[in-house]
Design a protein around this ligand. Structure first.
Ligand SMILES: Cc1cc2nc3c(=O)[nH]c(=O)nc-3n(C[C@H](O)[C@H](O)[C@H](O)COP(=O)(O)OP(=O)(O)OC[C@H]3O[C@@H](n4cnc5c(N)ncnc54)[C@H](O)[C@@H]3O)c2cc1C
Length: 403
């Protein structure tokens, strides 16, 4: 039986572990925290991700826990005018799930983790931090520190799904190429009901200084909560972006009836656009944020990470059946997923930010015209949602394989 260790029980690591377990691998999933992290981060699941999770048996539960988002909306902050509405209903016939689902990432990880533990109890080792590893050529020896002290194990393969600060990537000495935005992102969670003003479940608000992403999450059930993402000054600046006056200024500009009492959580994040120079070295692989990070505008980070996990699981299963092809399969994982990360995920998220914050009147007018015109034209509208949902990227990979 092929053995594999996975570091990190986020949405990507739990998907990886579940996919391999279902394929009959001997899997160990390490998570350094004593419980799955529940901080407010990703929440959007795109249709191909729903298909993959459905295949793993957890998609139905995740859809039931989430909110369906058929439409997403672009507005202008100054005029409050709705510039464009994109409808995932246009994806009918392309996917069995022609909608996005808003479901907090820890619920995705938790649903996968429960499925893992139901299949093989003890696979998930909480409060156990991987501290190092050596690729010996015929296997990988791993050192960890858990509730019973230090331990060691040897496995055939190791997958680092250990997030943006990945120990795996650093230990492999793989460069994380790209850049960090000077500004940071301020995430505010509020009980305020934006449906009253005609917002959709997912919205993007254009403004040169106070652009905003606004989306609903189910939380503990109806009525749910709303998350807003605003730009915030650099950490070394003079403004404290978490202070009352800055928060009031951001939310007040979005809706003058909002007060500080409506804000439940305040978080601030540094934002990176980076892709690892390689997604594998020998018997060790990177997936998810360990391999690529991007700004959250477009809801693509968690999704593309889950797509990495499914792609890599397929390659590991194929390599088990045909060991002679293992090297070629593993190189293909690196090439395919790195190419998607660069061509689709990095390109789209960078473009999404530029569009929201268009600075000059000319750039703003061009961004609005592009949104308006492409949403009004049925062919361009469909092409837009094919791209935004990551279906186009995955199809391009399949058509390359066929040619
Ligand atoms: C504000 C914000 C909003 C976002 N919104 C979206 C969105 O709407 N849609 C979207 O697709 N993406 C979004 N993202 C990105 C998304 O959160 C990440 O892409 C996603 O969390 C990646 O999942 P992961 O499993 O790769 O990593 P993580 O979720 O970071 O999980 C890594 C896990 O590894 C564990 N770990 C780390 N090191 C070790 C070790 N040595 N030993 C054991 N365990 C270890 C950590 O404790 C953690 O549980 C957003 C991100 C932010 C910051």
């Amino acid at each position: 039986m092929t053995s594999c260790a996975v570091i990190g029980a986020g949405p990507v690591g739990t998907t990886m572990a579940l996919a391999l377990l279902r394929a009959g691998f001997d899997v160990t999933l390490f998570e350094r925290e004593p419980a799955l992290p529940a901080d407010p981060r990703a929440a959007t699941l795109q249709p191909p991700t729903l298909e993959m999770l459905h295949e793993l048996g957890t998609g139905g539960t995740i859809i039931d826990k989430g909110l369906k988002a058929e439409v997403f909306q672009f507005r202008d902050r100054a005029s409050d005018e709705i510039i464009a509405k994109y409808d995932y209903g246009n994806l009918a016939g392309e996917t069995p799930f022609p909608f996005a689902v808003q479901c907090e990432q820890f619920k995705v990880a938790d649903t996968n983790a429960r499925a893992i533990e139901a299949m093989r109890p003890g696979t998930l080792r909480l409060a156990t931090q991987v501290t190092g590893f050596d690729d010996r050529g015929d296997g990988v020896s791993i050192r960890f520190d858990g509730p019973d002290g230090d331990g060691e194990m040897t496995v055939d393969y190791l997958v680092g799904c250990d997030g943006g600060r990945s120990l795996t990537r650093k230990a492999l000495d793989i460069a994380f190429e790209g850049f960090t935005y000077e500004e940071r992102f301020l995430v505010l969670t509020t009980t305020h009901d934006f449906f009253q003003r005609g917002f959709a479940v997912r919205n993007y608000v254009l403004d040169p200084k106070q652009w905003c992403a606004l989306f609903k999450v189910p939380h503990d059930g109806p009525p749910g909560l709303w998350r807003t993402v605003f730009p915030a000054p650099a950490a070394d600046g003079e403004v404290d972006a978490l202070c009352d006056s800055y928060v009031r200024q951001q939310i007040g500009g979005l809706d003058s009836s909002l007060t500080l009492d409506d804000v439940l959580h305040r978080n601030i994040y540094a934002v990176n656009q980076r892709v690892a120079a390689s997604f594998r070295k020998g018997r060790v692989f990177l997936a998810g944020d360990a391999a690529h990070v991007n700004n959250p505008l477009g809801g693509l980070g968690m999704n593309s990470g889950i797509h990495d996990a499914i792609n890599l699981a397929g390659k590991l299963v194929a390599a088990q059946a045909e060991p002679d092809r293992a090297e070629a399969l593993f190189d293909a994982y690196d090439e395919e997923r790195r190419s998607i990360a660069k061509t689709y995920v990095q390109a789209q998220t960078i473009q999404n930010k530029k569009r929201l914050e268009a600075k000059t009147p000319e750039a703003r007018a061009a961004a609005k015209a592009e949104l308006h015109d492409s949403s009004a034209d049925p062919e361009r509208h469909k092409a837009w949602v094919m791209n935004a949902s990551l279906i186009a990227g995955l199809r391009s990979l399949n058509s390359e394989k066929e040619t």
